[in-house]
Design a protein around this ligand. Structure first.
Ligand code: FES
Length: 429
């Protein structure tokens, strides 16, 4: 299905949906049921426009192929992205070679997890559900329209942007859009790459390349939620999934279960450039362990290394093997940098680690991914609500480039999003 159809479907389905019944208040902060404390909020429908609305809420993520036929295109975009996998001056030559060579193997992996990645399904669901909550708690910026923009798979950023314009945003019509990264911890390889792509298409579709002006009248006002590694709702959602998994162990063994937090690794060249990701992932782990009152021993490890260059370790699969050798047979793997299932959880952890490396060891388990967790979706809405109220175009941290950054694209992209502040602030006063 094309993004055009997909986004049109999203918009149509939202427009036809009856008024959402408020989960706010029913979910006393992140989940305990206290129906009697429901907040009274004005009714909002998708036809009712607050004084600052409508607002486009754009979930950004790397994406994944929804079918095995899409794997080739997905990999060729991925290996062409020097922000994610820096291959040097020969990137445009080496990238396609690597992606062609890897396609059959990766197609088999997607076939093994059901024929495609569920990341699109989860992203669209999470965004739609978040928008329903936002319509209740932020009527002044309603209606909130859900969009998804993936970096390497459909719906691609450019198609999302074309859909925004078709839906009446920008190109002389103005309007507000929020780019909400679905990587809780910021990396220039992930969120930075998605923002570079968004900035590029903004230029081509309604900026200098389209109109001859950098900031034409009536262009979309963009702001960015660029990181949220220690948000209490995110921490709570992770902690509950860990507690649910711990409850599967006999009580006397529970406190000795080793928690292995697993995040996607980065090339050391990116880490040494000053990328904030390792520190922000560690901040999430620390916040989750504080919430759990440090009930268990734990380590942070890194997965999904590609190619022969040095990557951040220790690797997740090696970690499990080493702890086996030391007699630890009870371990819970916790995906800590992804907001839904995809190939890294369903294949790399479930198939390769649990079913192969840990074969015959039922004490090695994985915590559920956040997927449809209502605690998590409430957190997304709270993060978005606070952002919309703040009048900020991005965090203070986003304007600061990595110590070793030499990218003109990073410079221009950050200058653009930081500069949007001057337009946004007056709209919330
Ligand atoms: Fe981090 Fe450019 S690489 S800001």
């Amino acid at each position: 299905m094309s993004i055009r159809h997909s986004a049109a479907h999203l918009t149509r389905s939202i427009a036809q949906r009856p008024v959402a019944r408020s989960p706010v208040g029913l979910l006393d902060r992140y989940g305990s049921q206290k129906a009697g404390m429901a907040s009274v909020v004005p009714p909002v429908t998708q036809n009712s426009v607050g004084k600052q609305g409508p607002t486009a809420m754009v979930f950004m993520n790397m994406g994944g192929p929804s079918t095995t036929d899409e794997v080739g295109d997905f990999l060729s975009r991925l290996f062409a992205d020097a922000d994610l996998i820096p291959l040097g001056p020969l990137q445009s030559y080496i990238g396609p070679l690597i992606s062609r060579r890897r396609t059959p193997k990766i197609q088999k992996q997607y076939a093994a997890i059901g024929g495609g990645s569920p990341i699109r399904k989860w992203s669209e669901y999470q965004c739609e559900e978040m928008c329903k909550i936002l319509d209740q708690i932020s009527p002044e910026t309603a209606p909130h329209r859900p969009y998804v923009a993936f970096r390497y798979a459909n719906p691609l950023t450019e198609h999302m942007y074309e859909q925004l314009i078709k839906d009446g945003f920008g190109r002389g019509n103005g309007g507000r859009a929020v780019a909400f990264t679905q990587y809780p911890q910021y990396s220039c390889s992930t969120t930075g790459s998605s923002l570079n792509e968004l900035w590029k298409w903004r230029n081509r579709l309604e900026g200098k390349r389209a109109t001859g002006e950098v900031n034409p009248d009536g262009a979309i006002m963009w702001s960015v939620i660029d990181r949220w590694p220690t948000h209490p709702g995110l921490v709570e959602a992770f902690a509950r999934n860990i507690e649910d998994k711990l409850a599967e162990y006999p009580e006397e063994a529970r406190k000795d279960v080793v928690l292995l937090f697993s995040a996607h690794s980065l090339p050391m060249s990116v880490v040494n450039r000053g990328d904030p990701y390792p520190a922000e992932v560690a901040a999430t782990v620390n916040a989750v362990m504080q919430r759990l009152k440090h009930s268990n021993p734990y380590r942070l490890c890194w997965q999904s290394q590609v190619g022969p260059s040095a990557w951040l370790g220790a690797q997740t699969s090696d970690t499990v093997k080493h702890y086996f050798e030391r007699g630890h047979t009870d371990m819970i793997l916790v995906p800590i940098a992804f907001t839904s299932d995809h190939i890294e959880t369903l294949y790399e952890i479930d198939q390769e680690v649990l079913h192969e490396d840990a074969k015959g060891h039922p004490g090695v388990k994985r915590a559920e991914s956040l997927n449809g967790s209502p605690v998590f979706i409430q957190a997304l809405a709270d993060i978005a609500h606070a952002h919309l109220q703040s009048g900020d175009s991005c965090s203070r941290q986003m304007g600061l480039r990595c110590q070793g950054c030499k990218s003109e694209r990073c410079l221009e992209q950050k200058r653009f999003f930081v500069g949007e502040q001057a337009k946004i602030l007056p709209t919330v006063r």
